[in-house]
Design a protein around this ligand. Structure first.
Ligand code: DGL
Length: 272
């Protein structure tokens, strides 16, 4: 296929649910010409407490679905799937596959002054040590406080973004980071950017909050540019198509909040 034909194809992205739309929002801002095909695997949410084998299987199926729709690149817009499955997907895919972990680590290392870094994510992401290992590779002396927060993604999916219960639970999860005097906290789950205001309130203004969305979008832009796959000078902005494996009742409202714009038709699909 010629480069021009390839560059006209959409970029694919997937997550277990609505969280990956934070990454899509950043992609839309950075690459407004691109069509984006998003897959939210609601039927099998949450990913965060499942075994690596299961996450690899789900991720392979999500990749196959997106490749079946002729995407030119895939963003794994889920930290848990990036932690367990990225290297497998990169080996097997016919297109470039970009995860959210390396871009998040890069941003955290650039932000931290005291090398005391907090990471909050799902059980799977924290137990995989993907973030910890990547940070230590560049900064062996870094003091890392990693906290698994299994309750948070569900609270976000419930839209309990400023609910007192969410505040109490987040406070509990962030306590070890405060005690460790971290100056940077990686929000290592694509659901968490919506909890930023609450985290900011609990941690104070001096702690830098890093979320993977912006950095993953930058990594994608670099990759498309270097492969000559970037879509240029379209008359109108690209389209965002949202596919889900199940449709929760609050989805549209929450998706619009995550995406920061109105969403059109939502397609219900099967991936396995
Ligand atoms: N959004 C997923 C992540 O970034 C987690 C949500 C879930 O547990 O499914 O890890």
């Amino acid at each position: 296929m010629k480069k021009t034909e390839s560059s006209a194809r959409p970029v694919g992205a997937f997550d277990s649910g609505v969280g990956g739309l934070t990454v899509v929002k950043a992609m839309r801002e950075m690459l407004p010409d691109e069509d984006i095909l998003y897959l939210g695997d609601f039927a099998r949410l949450p990913y965060g407490n499942k075994s690596p084998d299961t996450i690899i299987r789900y991720s392979r199926e999500n990749l196959a679905y997106l490749q079946g729709h002729s995407v030119k690149a895939v963003v794994v817009a889920c930290n848990t799937a990036s932690a367990h499955a990225l290297s497998v997907l990169q080996k097997e895919a016919d297109v470039p596959v970009i995860g959210v972990i390396a871009p998040g680590v890069e941003a955290a290392l650039a932000a931290s002054r005291n090398r005391r870094i907090g990471i909050i994510g799902t059980q799977g992401t924290i137990q995989s040590e993907a973030y910890q290992n990547l940070i230590r590779r560049s900064e062996p002396e870094a003091v890392i406080t990693a906290v698994a927060a299994p309750l948070l993604a569900s609270l976000v999916e419930e839209d309990w973004l400023s609910h007192p219960a969410t505040k109490l639970i987040l406070e509990e999860y962030l306590a070890p980071m405060k005690a460790a005097r971290v100056d940077t906290v990686v929000l290592a789950c694509t659901h968490y950017p919506l909890l930023k205001p609450l985290a900011r309130e609990l941690l104070g203004p001096d702690v830098v909050l890093v979320d993977s969305a912006q950095n993953a979008a930058t990594a994608l832009a670099r990759q498309l540019e270097s492969l000559g796959l970037k879509r240029h000078s379209q008359k109108e902005t690209g389209q965002i198509t949202i596919c889900v494996t199940d449709l929760p009742s609050q989805f549209s409202r929450l998706a619009e909040r995550f995406l920061g714009q109105k969403i059109g038709e939502i397609r219900r699909v099967t991936v396995s």
